[in-house]
Design a protein around this ligand. Structure first.
Ligand SMILES: Cc1cc2nc3c(=O)[nH]c(=O)nc-3n(C[C@H](O)[C@H](O)[C@H](O)COP(=O)(O)O)c2cc1C
Ligand code: SF4
Length: 446
């Protein structure tokens, strides 16, 4: 996938909705025939500092969930000291409703490798680990084959990048995850690559300073790295033109973004859109609208950790301002899951809470115990066995866990916090209809 002009919106067909025969994995020859690796060639004519400045000027915000600017992250690395420096590519993609990185691997693995090579040159990183979700068997094989082709054609290994064009060699390996959501958290991922249990680390130190095997490490999402060749090839202005400025006076949302739409829409799939497109436009113009002619009820903007948009928030622009603007945690992966008017939001909350209960790594008490407890309360509400006091307890409990309130090591607990609170607050009527009034004793005997 190369990123094109803003008006060019492509849908990558995914089975069973599209015909997979229409798209094939682009191999090395096919990639080069369409201008692939030209951006790497150009990048090697420039100094690493110039490339970092370009990525900074483009304000390329991380596509893995947090939206942190990649150029800024790269500039946090200490100066090379002759020891190993690593790039960890995050393709864990275990966030429910998110399936965009998978398609990049499926169809355009060399675009990812080109971004990896450019990042390694810009940041002076000599070893790259492609960390891929355990269930992505096919994609892991595709990436292994593409890396083999890249070695055979002198991109990696040997005397240096691009058949020795620069005296700086990079090695690239695929590391298959054993399969836990927490291994997508950047420090859990580093632990997993080191062969340990995927328990997130307390930060600081941040990975740029002390990451894999105690050495400087950059962790970036697959899509973030795949955007780099386009920025270098077409320029910063081209990239900026595909996104929007912040309407809240904050950091802009530039560039296009892969948006994987699932849930109650006519045609789910992955779409490449300019940031700032409204959810309504995405669903109505590109996904065929809500299925069975029903009405929109709500949506998760990008992974269940982000919380939900309410019925009156269908017109919300999908950009990095969405958090404060729409009272959700953030844009996340920008892969919305859409709910129609028939959806039982109590069941949605219970289901999401069950996910976080199962995926908590157990290190922090508020996350380990709190997620199990929120799940139990939600089950009680769904069964009709809860009282209004349980609803208050649920909100208090959910609001007390996560990096936001400062009670946990990583952001997994914030996901549970935001999902539960936003669903209850935005669909409170549904919860109130399921709970009984709290029983107040009229007389307590002596
Ligand atoms: C519980 C949890 C799971 C995460 N899973 C992923 C993931 O599957 N893929 C990903 O790219 N980032 C994931 N992240 C975000 C990473 O910690 C990190 O911010 C990201 O990989 C950095 O890349 P980027 O700056 O290019 O977005 C997760 C974060 C948390 C807290
Ligand atoms: S917040 Fe949860 S998942 Fe994250 S480190 Fe603590 S217990 Fe583990």
């Amino acid at each position: 996938m190369t990123i094109d002009a803003p008006s060019l919106v492509r849908r990558i067909p995914t089975p069973p909705w599209g015909d997979p025969k229409d798209r094939r994995t682009v191999d090395y020859q096919g990639f080069v025939a369409t201008g692939g690796y030209a951006a790497l060639e150009q990048a090697l004519d420039r100094t690493p500092e110039e490339i970092i400045e370009t990525v900074k000027a483009a304000v390329l915000r991380g596509r893995g969930g947090a939206g942190f600017p990649a150029g800024l992250k790269w500039s946090f690395l200490p100066a090379p000291d002759g020891g190993r420096r690593y790039l960890a590519i995050n393709c864990d993609e275990a966030e429910p409703g998110t399936f965009k990185d998978r398609l990049l691997c499926d169809f355009d693995p060399h675009l990812i490798l080109e971004g990896i090579a450019i990042c390694c040159w810009a940041c002076r990183l000599d070893t790259a680990y492609f960390f891929i979700r355990g269930e992505y068997h096919h994609q892991a094989r595709v990436m292994e084959q593409a890396i083999k082709e890249a070695y055979e054609n002198g991109i990696f290994g040997g005397k240096g990048l691009m058949r020795g064009k620069v005296d700086f060699a990079v090695d690239c390996h695929v590391h298959r995850s054993a399969g836990a959501y927490i291994c997508g958290e950047e420090t859990g991922l580093l632990e997993a690559i080191e062969g340990k249990r995927g328990w997130p680390r307390i930060k600081p130190p941040f990975p740029a300073v002390k990451g894999l095997f105690g050495r400087p490490t950059i962790v970036n999402n697959v899509e973030t790295l795949a955007a780099v060749p386009g920025i270098l090839e077409h320029g910063v202005d081209w990239w900026k033109a595909q996104g929007v400025e912040s309407s809240l006076g904050g950091m802009p949302s530039y560039g296009s973004k892969l948006m994987g739409v699932s849930g109650h829409v006519v045609r789910p799939g992955v779409f490449e859109m300019g940031l700032g497109v409204t959810l309504k436009d995405l669903v109505e113009k590109h996904c065929g609208g809500i299925r069975h002619g029903r009405r929109f009820k709500g949506a998760i903007p990008g992974g269940v950790s982000m919380g939900v948009l309410g019925t009156d928030q269908y017109d919300t622009p999908l950009d990095f301002d969405i958090g404060p603007r729409a009272e959700v945690l953030g844009l996340g992966t920008a892969c919305p899951t859409v709910f129609d008017e028939e959806t039982d939001m109590v069941a949605v909350a219970r289901n999401i809470s069950r996910f976080f209960k199962n995926e908590s790594c157990g290190q922090c008490t508020p996350c380990r115990e709190g997620s199990a407890w929120t799940y139990k309360i939600l089950c009680r509400i769904e069964r009709g066995d809860a009282t209004t006091a349980d609803l208050d307890l649920l909100l208090e409990l959910a609001g007390s866990m996560g990096l936001g309130p400062g009670t946990t090591i990583c952001g997994l607990a914030d996901g549970n916090n935001w999902a539960v609170r936003t669903i209850v607050n935005k669909f409170r009527g549904e919860f109130e209809a399921r709970v009984k009034p709290k029983l107040v004793p009229l007389y307590v005997g002596a």
